[in-house]
Ligand binder design. Structure first.
Ligand SMILES: Nc1ncnc2c1ncn2[C@@H]1O[C@H](COP(=O)(O)OP(=O)(O)O)[C@@H](O)[C@H]1O
Ligand SMILES: [Mg+2]
Length: 248
């Protein structure tokens, strides 16, 4: 992985490092974009709570003070902030899921296409093994995409360079009902046992620039779909994440 030291060398070395550094930065940007929803949702909630308190106290003070011009400026600004925050919330994951029939294979392909460039730059070979028929489930397409993206990004980051990413699906029947399983396997270094228990905690990261939000968000989305996400990994063995969604 290119270090920040390499990044600063610039000059004549710039040509050699431009590829990997570029790829690295794109990947980080994708990760940030994928998680913007949750971050802005939490921030918007906090701001909204604060605004309610400010509004209440402000109206009390305004009644006592009677300063017309100043109070109307503050009122207008508070209203503007409230509107902005409401819009932020509306566009974030805090929204109740919008359900529709989602074609999982199409959604996986779409997510993989967003990473095509990164995988090419890192010489990562992609294998697809889509066996689930039908592959349709009822769910929130954009939230599911966010969940897939987070797992795929982690896989690409884990492999770093020269490896294999396998995405497969299947239908499983159990006494509890039918489920659609989505398996994302990478040939990366695997996960140390002591980290396995912390993986899904928000802000747990072992990466220098990590947010530690990807898996937490993935789990939250999957749970909202009454599914589960599990990981199988040991150091040196690569990792497999399995999302299991109810398929009626
Ligand atoms: N495919 C994987 N291979 C190895 N480690 C992983 C993999 N996916 C996740 N991890 C570990 O889980 C941590 C948390 O992942 P995540 O929540 O996506 O946050 P981030 O990617 O920002 O670190 C990572 O920092 C890494 O240690
Ligand atoms: Mg991540």
């Amino acid at each position: 992985m290119p270090s920040s030291h390499e990044r600063k060398t610039g000059g004549s070395a710039a040509n050699q490092t431009a590829g990997p550094v570029h790829v690295e930065e794109n990947l980080r940007r994708l990760d940030r974009l994928a998680n913007l929803g949750l971050v802005s949702a939490s921030a918007a909630h906090e701001i909204k709570n604060g605004l309610v308190a400010i509004n209440t106290y402000f109206e009390m003070l305004a009644e006592r003070d009677g300063e017309q011009e100043m109070t109307s400026v503050v009122r207008r600004e508070l209203k503007r902030i409230d509107l902005l925050v409401t819009q932020m919330l509306r566009h974030s994951i805090a929204q109740p899921p919008t359900r529709s029939n989602v074609q999982i294979h199409r959604l996986l392909d779409y997510s993989l296409r967003l990473l095509e460039h990164q995988m090419l730059g890192r010489k990562i070979v992609l294998k697809r093994d889509y066996l689930a028929t039908p592959d349709e489930i009822n769910g929130d397409e954009s939230q599911l995409q966010q969940a897939f993206m987070n797992l795929l990004l982690n896989a690409v980051e884990a492999i770093d360079r020269n490896g294999e990413l396998t995405v497969s699906t299947e239908i499983r029947s159990s006494p509890g009902g039918r489920s659609l399983n989505i398996r994302i396997r990478d040939s990366g270094p695997g996960i140390a046992p002591e980290n396995l228990t912390h993986l899904f905690q928000p802000f747990f990261t072992t990466k220098r620039n990590g947010t530690g939000l990807g898996l937490a968000i993935c789990q939250r989305v999957v749970q909202e779909h009454r599914g589960t996400v599990e990981v199988n990994s040991s150091a040196g063995q690569g990792s497999t994440f399995v999302i299991s969604l109810p398929a009626e």
